[in-house]
Design a protein around this ligand. Sequence first.
Ligand code: 1HN
Length: 344
Amino acid sequence: MGQALGTLEELPQEYRDQLTAAGVAPLWPMMRNVLPHDAPMPITKPGFWRYDEARPLLMRAGELTPVEKAERRVLVLSDPGRGAGAMQATASIYLGLQLLLPGETAPNHVHTPSAARIVVEGEGGYTTVDGEKLPMEEGDGILTPGGEWHEHGHDGDEPVVWLDALDLPVFYYLEGSYAREGDLQSPRNRPDASQVEYLASGLAPTRKRSEAARRYPMVRYPWVRTQQALREMLRYAAHGFAELDYVNPETGADALPTIGFTAGMMAAGASVTPPMRSSSAAIHIISGRGKTTVNGETFTWGPKDTFSVPVFAEVSHQADEEAFLIKVHDRPLQEKLGYYEERD
Ligand code: 1HN
């Protein structure tokens, strides 16, 4: 095994001053910071955001800040490892709870980061993505891929809340994050693709040879269908646990390039200990109660709560009741970078 590496203090002050003046720095005192042995040293700490605690604060934001003054009225879920005000939940995942009140619209814009949304509560909300009006029903997964115009609206009479998950930290780190604003869209007068072209899995619309599929052919994943599919899978699952990935129905690839979107079901009483993974994740509870231990910290969760799982965390879940959850993770990004890993 390697010897202890030299420290900065071992170097003469006069030499250190010369290095600084020349705009260079010695690698070896920093080597183990940037390249720790065997596994990364995450900054991220497991976070737990109880909906009962966040909801009143979000409703207060609705009173304090009109949507016109917010563009998006959101409370960001801050990684405890990065501290108060952190605009991210893990190294790659931004999470926020967004509120839209009846009659409000969150204006049309387009940006480089991609978003996946999970509808938390309320009826009558919708997102329009590139002219397609997507109803937002509880538990639905709604994608707004980077580069696609999107706006939100609300035809109902109760507050609508959803959880936004974006790859914003990645784009920000790459100095690639920016947005453009535009005029409100005029949506096409037809149901979204999940209700027309991709009504059943395994079936895709026939096209002429000259017609290519859209890059993101389906951007709404209705929860009722996901839930039904999970229930069927669970009947034949060995360990009281079933999982389904949201994929592009034309290609089978992950629904978004960087963000993975996975729905899960646990039977009442089931325990699950997934392998240690190189990916980071956030888990949002759709329904049910249980406990999850992340690196020794136990979160006792219920409906609409959210918690985060840092990279290489030790995790175990226990469902006290039948539970449905949606996980957002960065496995697609890590696979593209060629290093996604699992350790049992
Ligand atoms: C955004 O565009 C939305 O469209 C929500 O609802 C949250 C956070 C950072 C950057 C863009 C939205 C966002 C965001």
